[in-house]
Design a protein around this ligand. Structure first.
Ligand SMILES: C[S@@+](CC[C@H](N)C(=O)[O-])C[C@H]1O[C@@H](n2cnc3c(N)ncnc32)[C@H](O)[C@@H]1O
Length: 243
């Protein structure tokens, strides 16, 4: 077994997966409201941008990994239409249940699968698009997850990786102050769990920056990777083409 990061702590692989599960078990019921509060609603714009860049076509097959409460899956459902398919997946039952129930309440029925993005139960070349929003950071073996994304894509298919990234240097101090002082307090106040939101801030700091993730995607099998910085690099969208 090897060591990895859980926020700023070094833990073994199994402990990381357990602790990540604990974080999302704990925040699942308050996840959507916390997302809006923490990002001041910006996560909606980042996701809308991702869906616009993806340019899904009628009939496309889309796989949303670490899909949680289903924002991206829901947004892809309309453009792919009745002849396409969007599969909502996550490793965490509590998060996936929130997503599935929320979509059902809106009259949207999507196939849903509880699965680990590092070992996908789908055939090679099954999808036109694979997306992962704010999920890669939590995965133990990011290289395995990226390789799985490449494997399940058709040649010419695209992977969209939306994730926190490295903010522009002049804003770093104020962003750190917000992340380590405001975020955990809001998490404690709204979700009754400050520690999970401290983990969020720490996990962003140890996640690969834009250039490193781009290189990892190339190694994983994406012949071409574009990087879109959003909100001064608070978030970056990496678009990889399997070619
Ligand atoms: C911050 S949430 C993102 C949810 C959703 N994509 C969004 O953007 O709102 C991160 C999600 O990653 C999931 N996750 C963590 N490790 C995973 C893995 N190895 N495979 C699949 N999902 C994973 C968690 O269960 C959690 O639902």
């Amino acid at each position: 077994m090897s060591d990895t990061h859980f926020g700023f702590s070094t833990v073994d692989d199994e402990t990381k997966a357990e602790r990540v599960r604990g974080v999302f078990d704990s925040v699942a019921s308050k996840y959507d409201v916390m997302n809006d509060l923490m990002s001041l609603g910006l996560h909606r714009a980042w996701k809308a941008y991702t869906v616009a860049v993806a340019n899904a076509r009628p009939g496309d097959k889309v796989l949303d990994l670490a899909g949680g409460t289903g924002d991206l899956a829901r947004a892809f459902a309309r453009p792919v239409g009745a002849n396409g398919v969007v599969v909502l997946t996550d490793i965490n039952e509590a998060m996936l249940r929130q997503g599935r129930d929320r979509l059902l309440d809106e009259g949207i029925i999507l196939p849903t699968a509880l699965c680990d993005a590092e070992a996908l139960p789908f055939a090679a070349g099954a999808f036109d698009l694979v997306s992962v929003a704010f999920g890669l950071r939590n995965m133990t073996h990011k290289d395995k997850a990226l390789a799985e994304m490449a494997r399940v894509l058709k040649p010419g298919g695209r992977a969209l990786v939306l994730e926190f990234s490295k903010i522009a240097a002049p804003l770093a101090k104020v962003y750190d102050w917000y992340s380590f002082n405001v975020l955990p307090r809001v998490g404690q106040w709204v979700a009754g769990d400050g520690a999970s939101y401290r983990y969020l801030a720490e996990s962003i700091r140890v996640h690969p920056d834009q250039a490193t993730l781009k290189a990892m995607m190339k190694t994983a099998g994406f012949g071409h990777v574009d990087v879109h910085n959003l909100s001064a690099g608070v978030v970056a969208l990496h678009v990889g083409i399997k070619c």
